[in-house]
Design a protein around this ligand. Structure first.
Ligand code: FAD
Length: 309
């Protein structure tokens, strides 16, 4: 399981993991596989595959997650969401993953397709909250579930206290760990950790895995935070904007370097303060994440020389 893997001996200063997303076409699938093979050599604790909103992507996701589990040495987590699924469909989906040997699942509610911040409507025969999905998965067999957590609070939570309560509810429902939304202020992570420990020490002892993403473009970072209802702190934004320069074209190489510096600084503080594992949202690219990994002392086995993107 994920929890066993991150507790097992590892060579670098901290275990790390990598998140992939389902490719849309064959070219993107080829790029994903190049990334998979680059990271596989670095021995991540696990990799995860996100779950999209549309039908064809969903089928491809299940197929590729299955291939990750069976054709690589990687411990694979499949994300699944309650969006547009009846409970029968969710059961079938969990069964399809189990058939491919995937027993580590990240149970998510998901967002309304098209407008992630729009009104959430549950499927008439579906589930309302991720905690119910955790219970459903556990009722189906011997699975290991994780859930999402939000250092800045989930955008639908009225306040941080109820947001913390919800995370604790999901952990009490049987989730073994949580992975956080990508954040850019490390203190938000530590404050979340403190809130969970204060609310329920037993649940607070479960791994809270920070989600990191090296920013390589201002536009991508802004879009990502807009879609998820999270923020880029003013000082981080300032460093990126300064790197962009005031010329007619933004200095992409400088932004990328600052993004990698920022991520490295965050990773180092997280290691120093005992984060159990660092989870990198790679967007199916390898270079920026490899550079951060190398700088925090993880053996990337020459990945930077071999990585093409
Ligand atoms: P929930 O835990 O159900 O919470 C949703 C809201 O309901 C929260 O505001 C919560 O406080 C509230 N709530 C929950 N239970 C109750 C209750 N009993 N009473 C009152 N209020 C309650 N999305 C995808 O589509 N695919 C992915 O693969 C994916 N992967 C992700 C991975 C990570 C690590 C993270 C952090 C997010 C991911 N997401 C993904 C996004 C996620 O689906 C959204 O953030 C979604 O809006 C919330 O999902 P959740 O599982 O946290 O929902």
């Amino acid at each position: 399981s994920v929890v066993e893997r991150i507790a097992a001996p590892h060579s670098g200063p901290v275990p790390f993991s990598v998140e992939f997303f389902p490719p849309r076409d064959e070219a993107a699938e080829a790029r994903l596989w190049r990334a998979v093979r680059v990271f596989e050599r670095m021995n991540p604790a696990f990799v995860s595959m996100t779950y999209g909103a549309g039908g064809t992507t969903r089928d491809r996701t299940v197929r590729i997650a299955g291939e990750l589990a069976t054709e690589t040495t990687l411990l694979t987590i499949a994300h699944l969401t309650a969006v547009n699924h009846s409970i029968d469909e969710l059961r079938a989906l969990v069964g399809a993953y189990a058939d491919k040997g995937i027993v580590n699942l990240l149970a998510l509610r998901g967002d309304p397709p098209g407008d992630p911040l729009g009104t959430w409507t549950k499927h008439p025969q579906g589930v309302e909250y991720a905690s119910e999905l955790v219970e459903l998965i556990d009722s189906l067999g011997d699975f290991h579930t994780g859930v999402a957590s939000f250092p800045e609070g989930h955008h639908r939570s009225p306040d941080l206290a109820s947001d913390t309560e919800n995370l604790v509810r999901k952990l009490r429902a049987g989730a073994e760990y949580s992975v956080t939304q990508v954040f850019f202020d490390v203190d938000d992570y530590f404050r979340l950790r403190d809130r969970v420990v204060a609310a329920d020490p037993e649940q607070g002892a479960k791994p809270l895995i920070p989600g990191l993403m090296p920013i390589t473009s201002l536009a991508t970072a802004r879009r990502m935070t807009e879609l998820s209802g999270s923020t880029i702190p003013a000082d981080v934004e300032k460093r990126l904007v300064e790197a962009a320069g005031d010329g007619p074209e933004e200095d992409k190489a400088a932004i990328r370097q600052v993004g990698i510096d920022l991520c490295t600084e965050m990773a180092q503080r997280l290691i120093d303060e005992g984060a159990p594992c660092l989870h990198f949202c790679s967007l199916n690219f390898t270079k920026a994440t490899s550079e951060v990994l190398e700088r925090i002392g993880i053996d990337t086995r020459g990945a930077l020389e071999r990585a093409s993107v």
